[in-house]
Design a binder for this molecule. Sequence first.
Ligand code: B3K
Ligand code: ZN
Length: 882
Amino acid sequence: PSAIYLKDYKVPPFLIDKTELTFDLDEATTIVTSRLHMRRNPAFGKSTAPLILDGGEDVKLIGVAMDDYPLPAEEYRISEDKLIITATADEFILTCETLIEPQNNTRLEGLYRSSSMFCTQCEAEGFRHITYYLDRPDVMSVFTTTIIADESRYPVMLSNGNEVERGKTDEGKTLVVWHDPFPKPAYLFALVAGDLAVKNDVFTTQSQRDITLQIFTESHNIDKVDYAMEALKRSMRWDEEAYGREYDLDVFMIVAVDDFNMGAMENKGLNIFNSSCLLASPETTTDDTYLRVEAIVAHEYFHNWSGNRVTCRDWFQLSLKEGFTVFRDQTFSADMHSATVKRVEDVSFLKTAQFAEDAGPMAHPVRPSSFIEISNFYTLTVYEKGAEIVRMIHTLLGAEKFRAGSDLYFDRHDGQAVTCDDFLAAMQDASGVDLSQFKRWYSQAGTPVVIVTDAFDEESGTYRLTMKQDTAATPAQPTKLPLHIPVRVGLLDEQGAALSATVNGIAADDHVLHLTDSEQVFEFTGLTSRPVPSLLRGFSAPVKLRYDYSAADLLLLMSADSDGFNRWSAAQQLAVNELTSLIDQAIKGDDLSIDSQLIHGYKTLLNDASLDPAMVALILALPSQAYLSELANPIYPAAIKQARQYLKTQLAGALSTDFERVYHEHKIQGAYQATAQDIAHRSLKNMALSYWLESGSELAQQTVITQFESADNMTDQFAALSIYVNSISVNSIAVNTQHSKAAELLAAFYEQWQSEPLVVNKWLMLSASQENDNALATVKTLMEHPAFDLKNPNKVRSVLGGFGQSVSGFHKADGSGYQFLADQIILLNKRNPQIASRLCTPLTRWKKLQPELSAKMKAELERILAEDLSKDVYEVVSKSLA
Ligand code: B3K
Ligand code: ZN
């Protein structure tokens, strides 16, 4: 397989003004007829180039006609999935008839079956698995879609836009016609047919238009869509208020499907969702999932402007829509709940997963310059780091100018397919802020390290911060240029009070410093004593900050900084410092011991009633195994696990009465609600319970079991279950006993929820992630379990994703955990290349692992590479070994 390069971009030689599609849906074969109203693209220049249409090995061409005359065989040919038509007029109608078999489509790209329905997934290049087409985002067309099917089995037949006609064919089948007036690329096309239930609602826009809202699911799930519907209405309102964006069609539809490669898809007027990202009910859904449903409903809805009305010129520009839309959904969630909690969660995720990607073999710029398979570039870098870039623009411009920039962007480019440069140009033109150096964030991969040192001059009352930036080499980018990094900084006095200081003639207690050189000095004047700096407030740039904070500084920031994010950040740094030293002790095989100051810090935390319980819970969660692995080099997985367990046990033992009290204090009376406040109390309550249990208390054990048995909502029930199953103290009693109480609870949980697939997925994940010597055997048994299905991505992700979290299973010393994952990748490689490729991620980290494990992991990658691979898996595995 070969790479495609951004530098080779050319405008399309042909355009498709109108696309008329007819789908004759059937169980055995589906016939697709397309009538494409085409012409040569004037922007391409004079040319006699042949017409080359994209197709797939699963598309059988029945016939092709030009202006209704069937083409003779010598005028077209098929070569490597392309349909090549040698001679064409300047303007013509091309008719193609193709045959596809959606029921055999296991890739879940194009048209496929999920349960009893037909559905589609076309982004990025799925449309070519339906019919021959110019399957690229800069070819935008007005679609009219006719669906023909047997109404008794497929009473609901949907596509983009508005339903304009309904009737019967001569054979007595039902025919429905949809028309979407907004030109769009093929990746936004969608079709759904099935026996579905619907929930209807109405939203009145700011200009007083009534929009019909519809959510479709299989009938047994329709009682779980109310939350998504409310979230949709909140999103529509928010986009009007925050961005002045109003919905444009008369109807907005969402469909839930069980088999889906990712979370959801923003098809014009017809979003299709993985049911795990849409359905919610208190009994079956945890708090995290409620928040995720709301965020994803918002994200897909926001794409209607950032993605659909203004789309991407080519797939290298993916972050144009994804980075911006993630930023929009993050801000929306921050507005709906707690902004600080949301920021902490997003930054934790970025620093754990995106930083790891940026430090590994798949590191790439937010706007990649080449790819083999675009599906591999729906990454944390394009999405999350892309969102950080937009956030930095927001910081550099300020809220008002940012809004002016986004207004200009939407006005200027409505109906166009554009680039990240166009986005930046609109932001720059509307604000007058120079973004020319800032632009490098799009093209330069890797996480910059910012090293900060300081000095205070008593005499002049001047505090100097020296900042150096450096970005390590990444694949294909050996040298790096300095970036424009906005560093938000505040200063505190010894008591923790905010200090006003003057920078560049401006006196304030919060400054945005512009780090643009590789080394730069910033002066703060008007001070009387040495301050404690609060650096990178709100995580104002996606960088690794290094400053030598003392423990006392961190404790001060943790308790007193006016920036809530940095309070968390200081607490996390304290814990990281402690854990880093514990990990070193564990690697050396020493007895572990911790600093009692830390225990004191946590005690203060547990007794400060003024704190947001959600923030306390986030701090108590301790830096994760994955985050500590990102920080480590090399990674000793078992030592990290041991250090985390030790710290947790020590805190639990020393503070058990505090945890018991906090548990009781944060119990909620009344019915379940997914509000920020209730979620915060539940998270702290359950976090306290997990520590209390770790203290070895009999009463805590009883409390966990009682909560498991009597909880009236999934958050509390599942928390109790996972606390018990993951408990270090419970596991140490039950080592190797098959019939432990934990196993009993897991079995009871399955028994109770076996008819709810989404709950069963949680059960699969928890079961697969257990830490014990049987972990590998357990995951093998799970894959034979009747609840498992290799064709369903959610189940594969639950079991294999869960397994990846089990240090004792996945990182088994003999390499059998890696071997097992490699076997599954090979099994899925051809059936579902996208899922297979995603499963490779843990193996891409082999270079950073401790030597014995590293060699074993590498050997598995080599074994995979020897197979006949899909483009998706080939790209990740070959780059990992390069
Ligand atoms: N745009 C889709 C992602 C499509 C992934 C294709 N492999 C969902 C989203 O980001 O909103
Ligand atoms: Zn998106």
